[in-house]
Design a protein around this ligand. Structure first.
Ligand SMILES: *Cc1c(COP(=O)(O)O)cnc(C)c1O
Length: 380
């Protein structure tokens, strides 16, 4: 029907989402120091943030950002291809490459744009991409716009992954295997060395997205061709990056569209990440705290020992999930309710950070236990 107005189109879409409880609406929220947020005039302890080490509020990190603004101004003016790269780019790229034990690194404006851009630049219509079914949307979108043939394997299932390659690899020119190190909605970790063997056996390029594992879990062995990460989580800033051999990075610099056609990051974002990385390298104890805190919570609730600081509590029913999240909020805890299509089964998702203390975690586990009884959930 051509006479339908754009407003009617939008209203119909919203109504359909509301009927399914799927409309999304972010609320005005202020993040405070020590893992707290303020929402609706109420202070809440946040178990929802990716600022794993609390470095967005660190004195030295903030000072570095302010200093970079004083020195270089706020924005960067244009794409790196047009106005060139601020010297902080090469400094941070060198530091990230060193951290991942690779020859070189390249920074983009977000983790999302990194995946979107690099997959599209490396893979095309005659190629095959095989990836974990729970892969992040940025990886899936990158694969889709590459126009490659793609297949998903069951979550962390090495056997299923190998079967797909055995059946499909011969028909395609190049191939890529993609996995995350830590899966952002499951909290599980990938069997990286097993996947690397499959990639090698089938001559596939291996990409690992380490957005959630970086700096807070032990480093996986150097087994991937491409390490993707973000500056926006543990590194307390905004931006994304890929690490690889020098010639691969040199090619990507000239080929990745979001790198060419989007404005460079503000220098303050680079200074932030650089300083955060220095703190990470100098304070090994700090980096262990998020996982330690997740373990305390799981022990208190008799949940299996977590593999990462991300702990999902599967609920299933979307409405119940929201009610539980709302009740936790009443009790002073901010915990996100994650629902389809982001995940297959609705859940509460807890992320633990170095900012949480034992008392906060104890209070949270007590509140969750009460809700589990009320909503008749068991831990299985
Ligand atoms: C968060 C995340 C991204 C996106 O990074 P941004 O910098 O937030 O755009 C990409 N991949 C994974 C696995 C992530 O968890």
């Amino acid at each position: 029907m051509h006479e339908k107005s754009l407003s009617d189109f939008a209203k119909n879409k919203l109504r359909a989402l509301e009927n399914k409880n799927l409309r999304r609406k972010p609320q005005s929220t202020v993040r405070l120091a020590s893992g707290m947020i303020n929402r609706g005039n109420k202070n809440l302890i946040s178990f929802a943030c990716n600022d794993y080490l609390g470095l967005t509020q660190h004195k030295k990190v903030k000072a570095a950002a302010i200093q970079a603004i004083e020195k270089y101004g706020t924005g960067s003016g244009a794409s790196r291809m047009i106005t060139g790269s601020n010297p902080l780019y090469s400094e941070l790229e060198r530091a990230l490459a060193n951290y991942h034990n690779t020859e070189a690194a390249l920074i983009f404006s977000s983790g999302y744009l990194t995946n979107l851009g690099i997959i599209q630049a490396l893979i095309g219509a005659n190629d095959l991409v095989v990836f974990d079914e729970f892969s992040h949307a940025s990886l899936i979108d990158g694969v889709k716009i590459s126009r490659a043939n793609f297949l998903r394997y069951a979550h962390n299932d090495i056997k299923n992954c190998a079967e797909i390659f055995s059946k499909k690899r011969a028909k395609s020119e190049n191939a890529m295997l993609i996995s995350e190190h830590v899966f952002s909605m499951e909290g599980t970790r990938a069997p990286i060395s097993g996947l690397a063997e499959i990639a090698k056996a089938h001559q596939a390029w291996f990409l690992i997205d380490d957005a959630h594992g970086f700096a807070i879990l032990e480093k996986p062995q150097k087994t991937a061709d491409l390490w993707v990460g973000t500056l926006s989580k543990t590194l307390a800033s905004i931006g994304g990056y890929v690490c690889a051999k020098r010639e691969i990075i040199d090619y990507l610099q000239t080929a990745v569209r979001p790198g060419i056609y989007s404005t460079a990051l503000p220098p303050s974002a680079l200074a932030t990440a650089l300083t955060a990385l220095e703190i990470i390298k100098s304070d090994a104890e700090l980096t262990k705290l998020p996982l330690k805190n997740a373990k305390k919570f799981c022990a208190a609730l008799n949940l299996p020992e977590p593999e990462s600081p991300i702990v999902p509590l599967i609920i299933g029913d979307i409405e119940k999930t929201f009610l539980m999240s709302a009740e936790l909020q009443e009790e002073g805890f901010f915990v996100s309710a994650i629902r389809p299509p982001t995940v297959k089964t609705a859940r509460l998702r807890f992320t633990f950070s170095a900012s949480h203390n034992s008392e906060q975690i104890e209070k949270l586990s007590t509140a969750v236990k009460i809700l589990q009884k009320k909503y008749e959930l068991n831990n299985e």
